[in-house]
Design a protein. Structure first.
Length: 288
């Protein structure tokens, strides 16, 4: 285990990202601040990727091709990476309804109100808006999001996870997931993911990242490529909140999104199945 490379990677990925996470706080105008969050936080997703590139080149002294950007893996895993996150979102929606954590709204009241306030929006059916939004979320948004998610996955799974593997696969997966969760802390404290409980949310995000990171690590270990974890990460970001279109009054700390406490249930079942079926630990990487 190359400690120098891990320290260099950590310093770069955390310092660069945390600066970008905090820059919007300098803006007082709420609308401008929201725009800056979208912009700077999207750029921050590439901080781990930049750290991985620099650490590979100057700490490990290896060529950049060792990050395996030229490798994809088994074609069938593409569909698993793409569609497991929306299936988790659907399961989260069902559990949110079953636990009574929100009022089911099949009239799409919030969307209808938003459309009425938009020019010409009153003439557009809310049902059509929902269909278009779901189609975009499922089939196009994951591909767009993969561009940004690759920055994170090149770092967390493509660099940090392999560097920690001398500790054993289980420890490497847990530790890389926990570090990934801590990395989100400035965004979580600003209300991202857990807006009603931002301080508790830092701890909750660590648990979520360990769970989700286990699935993403499995994809990486099966392929030794950052691309499929990036696709799954992009799909996660696109589809995690799908259930919220069908509910009113959901506290997203507790339900409605995959990152919520309710969302942990199907995610934990997925990770448990990977262990029970002995898909984790991966004995040998599958290579193109």
């Amino acid at each position: 285990m190359n400690r120098k490379a891990i320290v260099m990677y950590s310093l770069i990925s955390f310092s660069l990202a945390w600066i970008l996470f905090c820059l919007p706080l300098l803006i007082r105008n709420p609308q401008s601040q929201q725009w800056m969050k979208l912009s700077f936080w999207s750029i921050a997703m590439w901080a781990p990727g930049v750290a991985a590139i620099i650490s590979t080149r100057y700490a490990l002294k290896q060529p950049l091709r060792s990050l395996n950007l030229n490798r994809i893996g088994e074609p069938k895993l593409i569909w698993i990476a793409w569609f497991i996150p929306p299936l988790l979102a659907i399961a989260t929606g069902i559990l949110t309804w079953a636990f009574g954590l929100g009022k089911l709204d099949l009239q799409f009241t919030q969307i209808k109100e938003a459309m009425q306030n938009a020019p010409g929006g009153a003439n557009i059916s809310p049902d059509l808006v929902v269909i278009i939004q779901i189609a975009f979320t499922l089939f196009l948004a994951p591909l767009i999001n993969t561009i940004f998610a690759l920055g994170e996955e090149l770092g967390w799974r493509g660099f940090l996870l392999p560097q920690l593997l001398p500790l054993g696969q289980g420890k490497a997966i847990l530790l890389s997931g926990a570090v990934w969760g801590i990395w989100h802390a400035p965004a979580i404290l600003q209300g991202h993911n857990y807006p009603t409980h931002p301080y508790l949310g830092v701890f909750l995000m660590i648990i979520f990242c360990v769970l989700m990171g286990s699935f993403l690590s499995w994809l990486y270990l099966r392929t030794r490529s950052p691309w499929l974890p990036a696709l799954a990460h992009g799909s996660l970001n696109a589809t995690a909140g799908i259930p919220l279109m069908f509910f009113q009054g959901v506290d997203i700390t507790f339900g409605g999104t995959i990152a919520s406490l309710t969302g942990w249930i199907p995610l934990a079942l997925l990770v448990g199945w990977l262990f029970w079926s002995k898909k984790l630990a991966v004995q040998e990487p599958r290579i193109d």
